[in-house]
Design a protein around this ligand. Structure first.
Ligand SMILES: [Cu+2]
Length: 249
């Protein structure tokens, strides 16, 4: 999968890669087999010595229908049903196991708008919408080895936060709050973007995901908090994008 996707920097991204890999391999086998059958039919049933016309059948005999049904069933169960069952198991065990009870989880409020992302963390007081909130534009800084728990809202149209290096994609939908989580396993800078076409400036909704080791993250956070306090202006409504983490409102 490394040919088409950037290096996986996340805890659970390999599960996504594995599902994609399974789909690619099984559909490729089915595709090549179907081509082989068609090619063999052309050669075996062609007109040749002692036979003026190519042999053909309408495929409407009982046996033909039974064979078609059996092949379709095998493909459907082997590819689709298997993939759906496996994906569902992994969603339950990993992706939908939100770190609600994990005190180490970093909570981030994400706001999508035409055409930028803003990321808000609560700061030392643990409350959103206060002077020590750290708000960044088109850059999300996260610590390595801790769950990053995101809740997303949109100010206008549907956007979709996409972190290719984390195999992470989640929609931000006006009027509702969506959530998702991931964990970085290695430090580094990678790309983030909007995966939902959202208007003329859609391509401007890109930025950086910066994963930092513990000490580096703490140093960055201390700097960012100081700057946030200096910049905070209650009259300017700098906290207008913040909402209540629990209720999403
Ligand atoms: Cu967008």
């Amino acid at each position: 999968m490394h040919i088409v996707l950037p290096r996986d920097l996340s805890l659970d991204g390999h599960l996504v890669d594995r599902a994609l890999g399974y789909l690619t391999v099984t559909s490729s086998i089915a595709f090549v087999t179907a081509l082989g059958v068609m090619l063999a039919s052309l050669i075996l049933h062609r007109a040749r010595a002692g036979r003026t016309w190519a042999q053909h059948t309408h495929g409407n005999r009982r046996r033909d229908r039974a064979l078609t049904f059996a092949v379709a069933l095998i493909l459907f169960v082997g590819i689709d049903v298997t993939l759906a069952l496996r994906a569902n198991r992994e969603l339950d065990a990993h992706f939908w196991r939100y770190p609600d009870q994990d005190p180490r989880a970093l909570h981030v409020e994400v706001t999508g708008r035409q055409w930028a992302w803003s990321f808000r963390t609560a700061g030392p007081d643990g409350r959103f919408g206060t002077a020590d909130d750290v708000v960044t534009l088109n850059e999300l800084d996260v610590p390595v080895g801790r769950p990053v728990y995101l809740k997303l809202r949109s100010r206008d149209v549907v956007h979709s936060l996409y972190l290719p290096s984390f195999r992470f994609k989640i929609d931000a939908i006006p009027g509702s709050t969506t959530r998702a989580w991931f964990q970085a396993v290695a430090p580094g800078r990678s790309e983030l973007g909007c995966a939902q076409h959202c208007g003329i400036g859609h391509t401007r909704m890109r930025g950086d995901l910066v994963a930092r080791e513990h000490a580096d993250y703490e140093a960055w956070l201390a700097r960012a908090e100081t700057e946030s306090r200096l910049r905070f202006d209650a009259r300017a409504g700098s906290a207008a994008d913040a909402w209540d983490w629990e209720t999403g409102r």
